[in-house]
Design a protein around this ligand. Structure first.
Ligand SMILES: Cc1cc2nc3c(=O)[nH]c(=O)nc-3n(C[C@H](O)[C@H](O)[C@H](O)COP(=O)(O)OP(=O)(O)OC[C@H]3O[C@@H](n4cnc5c(N)ncnc54)[C@H](O)[C@@H]3O)c2cc1C
Length: 382
């Protein structure tokens, strides 16, 4: 291994997914991981995310959401792991990342949405989540931001965190357990016979007995450098930071068109957009307008708060919208861990744990079969 830095497992990409894989490899299997990160662990979506940990998302009703749906089951396990491991991670990482319960209202703005909401209520309860329907008069008594022009709302208690401190805590906890993180840009992978590929960085080469590609939306390009298909693309999301009112709001408001979510530090996040804009991670006037006009409809008082900042970053979204987790097709030493779309913060711990198990033991008690990259056509044997 002379001339290159080596590890048991090399992880390309140090967002929350790469760091979580490194953490669980070290913490649960005593395996030494080397994470090569281009910019910084919280520099992209992993630091710019809203940080909500909802199992059901924002939409009024998604008929695929049942306990039997593998993605919903993964989300539920993801939420459970955040709750279970939060105190230890905060301790090990040495950073309080604001993991807390928040009251969330999902208002119905039309009769049809109110009918659909009853279906969602049933789904939430079937998933074991506490959810209650509030009539407009009950809603008004709460003094929330929700518009008065409403047919009712679902009230739930859900967890959230601050995503940038979380990414740093996860990275620090992984380091404390023995993982190493280096800052370097991997410019390409190199296949070496039947062995794990090596990563060619600007400052050197990196190798491991196993390699994990966890480079978010950039994974496709890196995979392509050795003919591996990782069908993931960037979908831009913008968030406005609004200045919270002097009297803090207790409720986050989620609607399928957007959200207003009180965060720590006197800020409210208003989001978001879903834009096919390639790798352009820029904020735009159109993005700002579309967020504010959505929020104005379901939470007009929130939409009037001063905008103090705006961010944009790129979700890694796969061709079928589901994560890519498992061995790259045709490889037994190269793994993909990406494509978590809108749910990568929620799914970080469960994905890291499942990937570490898969890499070390060949199987995981967490069912990730539905996310096997083999579902997409393979383009290289190796
Ligand atoms: C606006 C917005 C709001 C969101 N809100 C939520 C939310 O509330 N809850 C939730 O669960 N999820 C949310 N998400 C989704 C979540 O942020 C992502 O799914 C998650 O961060 C993806 O993590 P990742 O590690 O796969 O990718 P990234 O965070 O993109 O990390 C990949 C890393 O790979 C590195 N990299 C890339 N190329 C190279 C290279 N050549 N060499 C070395 N390193 C490289 C990058 O620098 C980057 O740090 C949101 C996303 C957006 C955009």
């Amino acid at each position: 291994m002379s001339g290159r830095a080596g590890a048991d497992v090399l992880i390309v990409g140090g967002g929350v997914i790469g760091c979580a894989v490194g953490y669980f490899l070290a913490a649960e299997h005593g395996v030494r991981a080397l994470v090569v990160e281009r910019d910084g662990v919280a520099r992209h979506a992993s630091g710019g995310a809203a940080g909500e940990l909802s199992v059901v998302g924002r939409s009024q009703l998604d008929a695929t959401m049942t306990r039997d749906d593998p993605f919903t089951a993964l989300c539920a396990e993801g939420a459970r792991l955040h709750e279970e491991l939060g105190p230890a991670l905060r301790e090990e990482g040495g950073i309080d990342y604001g993991l807390a319960d928040t009251l969330i209202l999902r208002p119905s703005l039309t009769q049809r949405e109110a009918e659909e909401a009853q279906g969602q209520l049933a789904i939430q309860r079937a998933l074991g989540l506490e959810a209650e329907w509030l009539e407009p008069s009950e809603l008004e008594a709460l003094g929330s931001w929700v518009t008065k022009d409403v047919y009712g709302a679902i009230l739930t208690g859900e967890a959230q965190l601050e995503s940038a401190p979380f990414a740093h805590a996860l990275a620090q906890a992984a380091i404390r357990r023995g993982a190493e993180i280096v800052i370097d840009e991997v410019v390409g992978l190199e296949a070496e016979g039947g062995r794990a590929p090596s990563a060619v960085g600007r400052s050197g080469s990196y190798g491991g007995e196993r390699v994990v590609l966890a480079a978010g939306p950039w994974s496709a390009r890196l995979g392509a450098s050795i003919g591996v298909r990782a069908p993931v693309r960037p979908v831009r999301g913008q968030i406005l930071h609004l200045q919270a009112p002097a009297e803090p709001q207790r409720y986050g408001v989620f609607h399928r068109t957007g959200y207003a979510l009180p965060k720590s530090g006197g800020v409210v996040y208003a989001g978001t957009t879903e834009e096919e804009a390639g790798f352009e991670a820029e904020t735009t006037a159109e993005g700002r307008e579309s967020i504010l006009s959505a929020v104005a409809r379901f939470a007009p008082d929130a939409a009037r708060l001063p905008v103090i900042n705006a961010t944009a970053c790129l979700r890694p979204v796969s061709d079928d919208g589901l994560p890519l987790m498992g061995a790259a097709p045709g490889w037994d030493s190269l793994y993909l861990a990406t494509g978590h779309g809108r749910k990568g913060i929620l799914l970080s711990l469960v994905s890291g744990k499942a990937m570490a198990d898969l890499i070390v033991t060949g199987r995981s008690a967490i069912d990730v079969d539905a996310f096997d990259p083999a579902r997409f056509a393979l383009s290289r044997g190796g």
